[in-house]
Design a protein around this ligand. Structure first.
Ligand code: AMP
Length: 550
């Protein structure tokens, strides 16, 4: 497929708002793609470049994009930046700039979809000191051959935000429709393979194998997630439940085959080199080939330390040894997904737990089976006394469902309710905060789009504001008066007292008394709260079920 055709399809989809119609359109395209184009198309249409399991990243920031476009259209970086600020959309701005240039140039080489992907791979592969220069060269080459419309989507793909509203769910449905296979099989294969691109090829070539696809070592799957809920609610739904401490650390997935082990973060980045102590613990705890799910916890004198200490270690690339002396990380393993060639994700939690205890000689997180509320409340109180965040209450018959934030796992913690939201904009501060951003615009996600739900300015110390400024200053994609639009890359955890309906924000809701809690460095923007969850919380609140531990 020519990249131009891909761009035209994107443009067409951008004009459609109905979910079913979008699925229909994409489903009509998929069967005519060959086996090389198909996986690339499937990822690109979701605004992703590499398979979800892959640790590869393009590493293209707005500045590199400005420079590449400036070079191609023969102007200054500032002019590109201003053009992007004026439209508020990097894609449209690049399109306009290329349109002006097109009138003066005669020769361009047609861009092919797979070729664009290969160029992206080259970008991702460059590392070290010269990497920015090399990435720039590749980007210049791509924009140099791009027609204006292609430029729109090249720019957006490089920033990994396509803005056409084709989320994972829609693409999964389109694959099922295109190749006439059961959507549940597509979902099953997707959970195990963690790449809808490859699943699409399988759905066409060997649909019978979709049900047999299983998790494999060194190909991380998304983590199973939890909803906020209550002990009473879980007991009412399931009778008997498993209660575990909710550790305030960072999630990891540990893969081991023989002597080789790798560790992945919640965002599925490989963090093996940052966490030698976790690997050492787990290598010593079992001789089996395994995939384990757990939380890395920082301890000092036997007591858990706050999350901030853990995340520092996850990000650390240099000086790991000296950091280790200060902060010891220990694994608390609560699940097993694979043992010696056998996938365990479809087995009930109770069975997986038994296998976990038999397989791992140490580091297994405690679990309590409970049938009555008083016993569960006692564990909850004990958890808080021990310095944990609260408890997780899990259904014993639940399979492991990667990436799903369902009610099979419920988190119960005290205090204000919080939401994890994407930061999509900011406003310059006033007075002594004039050289920094003073407030931040937050958004929930809804089928691939980010919809604002309010601003947060409270709860941020001057020191943190300065850090946040450093974090965001290169992510500005548009300015208008005191407000800036930010490339959505960062997730804030924000507390609030109430959710209200509101005509002021595109989500239709607003937060009352929003308060900054922390940057969720372990979460990516596609993991932020959805509009559905927000609406659910709003309804719950209206029904008077606001308290978490009742
Ligand atoms: P949250 O990040 O607030 O959505 O809470 C879910 C997170 O709690 C998981 O992603 C884990 O990182 C963490 N967690 C801590 N202890 C457990 C546990 N026993 N079981 C599952 N997740 C846990």
């Amino acid at each position: 497929m020519q990249f131009l055709e891909f761009a035209q399809i994107c443009e067409h989809l951008e004009g459609i708002s109905g979910r079913l119609e979008m699925i229909e359109e994409v489903a009509a395209v998929l069967p005519r793609l060959d086996d090389e184009d198909l996986p690339v198309f499937v990822r690109f249409i979701m605004g992703r470049v590499f398979p979800d399991w892959s640790s590869k990243t393009l590493g293209v920031g707005p500045n590199l994009l400005y420079d590449a476009v400036a070079y191609v259209v023969g102007t200054k970086r500032e002019t590109v930046r201003e053009a992007i600020n004026a439209t508020g959309d990097a894609g449209l701005a690049v399109e306009h700039l290329l349109a002006k240039k097109e009138q003066t140039s005669f020769f361009i080489q047609e861009l092919d979809l797979v070729e664009v992907y290969r160029e992206f791979e080259r970008m991702a592969a460059t590392g070290g000191q010269r990497s920015q220069r090399e990435k720039l060269r590749v980007a210049q080459g791509l924009f140099g051959n791009a027609r204006p419309l292609e430029g729109r989507y090249l720019a957006r793909l490089m920033l990994e935000e396509l803005r056409i509203g084709m989320g994972e769910g829609n693409v999964r449905d389109a694959v099922a429709k295109a190749f006439e296979v059961d959507v549940r099989l597509v979902e099953h294969a997707h959970q195990a393979m963690n790449d809808l691109g490859e699943v699409a090829v399988l759905a066409r070539r060997k649909p019978a194998e979709l049900s047999r696809v299983t998790i494999e070592p060194f190909r991380p799957v998304k983590m199973m997630l939890a909803q906020a809920g209550t002990i009473a609610g879980q007991l009412a739904d399931h009778g008997e439940v498993a209660v575990e401490y909710k550790f305030d650390g960072s999630r990891f997935q540990f893969h081991k085959v023989g002597d080789v082990s790798r560790i992945y973060s919640r965002r599925l980045e490989e963090v093996t080199d940052s966490l030698p102590d976790i690997a050492k613990h787990l290598m010593a705890a079992t001789d089996h080939d395994v995939i384990l799910d757990g939380e890395a916890v920082a301890v000092r004198d036997g007591r858990p330390m706050p999350f901030q200490f853990v995340i520092r270690r996850f990000r650390r690339k240099h000086g790991v040894d000296s950091m280790m002396e200060k902060i010891e990380l220990v694994p608390r393993v609560f699940d097993i997904l694979y043992l010696d060639g056998e996938a365990l994700m479809d087995r009930p939690l109770a069975e997986r737990r038994k296998i976990l205890e038999e397989t791992l000689g140490a580091d297994v997180a405690e679990q309590f089976r409970v049938t009555d509320a008083a016993a569960a409340e006692a564990i909850y109180t004990e958890a808080l006394g021990l310095g944990h965040e609260g408890v997780m209450v899990k259904a014993l018959d639940s399979p492991y469902t990667p990436g799903v934030r369902g009610r099979l796992w419920v988190k119960v913690k005290p205090g204000v309710e919080t939401l994890d939201l994407a930061v999509v904009g900011a406003e310059w501060g006033e007075g002594r905060r004039a050289k920094m951003f003073g407030s931040f615009l937050l958004a929930v996600q809804d089928q691939g789009r980010l919809l604002p739900v309010g601003k947060v300015a409270t709860g941020i110390t001057d020191e943190v504001l300065a850090e946040l400024y450093t974090l965001f200053k290169d992510s500005v994609i548009a300015r208008s008066g005191k407000e800036v639009t930010l490339e959505p890359e960062v997730v804030f955890e924000v507390g609030y007292s109430e959710i209200q309906t509101s005509p002021n924000y595109a989500s239709g809701y607003a937060l009352r008394f929003p308060r900054f809690v922390r940057v969720r460095e372990d979460k990516s923007v596609d993991e932020v709260e959805s509009l559905d969850t927000l609406a659910g919380r709003y309804r719950q609140q209206k029904n008077g079920q606001g308290s978490l531990s009742d």
